[in-house]
Design a protein around this ligand. Sequence first.
Ligand SMILES: Cc1ncc(COP(=O)(O)O)c(C=O)c1O
Length: 474
Amino acid sequence: MGHPDWKETVYAVLAKKHEQDYADAHRHLRAAKGNNTPASRLNLLESSSDAGDMGTPGFEHPPTTGVIYVMERAAAKGWKYGDKTWGNFGQGAPEVGHIPDAPARPMTITMHENEFEYAPVAGLKTLREAVANLYNVRYREGKTSKYTWENVCIVPGGRAGLTRMAASIGDTNVGFFLPEYTAYEALLNIFKRMVPIPTPLEKESAYHITPKRLYKEIQARGLGVVVSSNPSNPTGQLTEGDELREWVNVCRTTKTTLVLDEFYSSYIYTHPDEPGKCISSAEYVDDVNIDPVVIIDGMTKNFRLPGWRVCWIIGPKEYISSMASSGSFLEGGANHPLQQAAIALLEPSRAKQDAIALQNHFRMKRAYVLDRLASFNIPVNIPPMATFYIWLDLNNLPEPYCNGLTFFEACLDEKVIVVPGIFFDINPGKRRDLAQSPYQGFVRLSFGPAMEELKIGLDGMERLLKRIGHITVA
Ligand SMILES: Cc1ncc(COP(=O)(O)O)c(C=O)c1O
């Protein structure tokens, strides 16, 4: 009698376990609020028997994907805000405490009675002037056409800015590139006049959009507007220099509005010899009132003040006037006292000192995380040129952990939070089946949190990788 084939038995048991892990990860996602409505893309992964009804006639729960889903799953596994035993790489915000050499931020503000009034929907004129001045100093030295306060609209946060922008888009095709920031999904779907048109980018080209490709997409798909984050959330890639100039030229000549979400314009790692260098398409605009370039940015990431909700849109003044009109019915504008407080932070030499400190600090964190990932045998082939995100390719992990959703669930067991890559395969209107999404084998890892937390998270990830046999135990 031969020996029982242990190997086969072990493989069979492991295969069963992998299947189970994969099925569990998807079951959790399908069960989340709003993910089992008939329109939900998640329904396409496997049918669900749950009724997708919120119980309120006429209302439908929006799908729970992205960071909300991630945090709900983490909470279900014991995570709480402020729990120092967790490493939250899901965090889409930078650390907000003091960092070396950064100018001090106001810890108190003095209010005046007139700040109890509404601020203008387009923002305080003095703040609009301060934003225009910062852009002129940073990006438009020596150019005759300069931004003025009329080219700036203040908005209560980046998403509010994007919503104002989306609310003013008419009957046109709007192009966007994948993977992209999760909030764009609902945003490109709620205003029904525009038709959102995706273009998936490939890892083989490092998620790069050449000017030639941009031109081709515009012409072939009849795009009236192109929206993109640059630097990119989630890939951390960046279009700059002559290529960015060409993007602007392409949009000028094809008469296409280029909406660039430049929320990470200070998190630049490609110019170590030019401390504090920030990147913006504002540098390549010829006439600020004619070129169809609209920029969204603000205090959230670049000034590490996500809680202030003070951001801006910059563009031709006619366009800015329509942004003010949509703000008057959408949210009514940014809060008055913090607009006032933001003015001092935008003084160009102070803003430069802030950007230098930020780049030094985040460059150090970036190197630390990349080194540790390499030591885990997960090399990052497309490291971030900008932002504080790493788009982590899991393809050399064993099954089923090479799937982002399963890896995410397994990380939670080690008190580590990452964001599955599939959430960035944004799908406005649920028109595509994401079962075969090319981003299933990725997670986004944020090095926004402070150093101690990054260490805790990477230690947890190391434990997981040892447990699953991807790295050998010394
Ligand atoms: C690319 C991008 N744009 C806009 C925002 C939104 O910023 P806010 O928190 O100010 O709404 C974010 C936040 O994660 C982002 O990553």
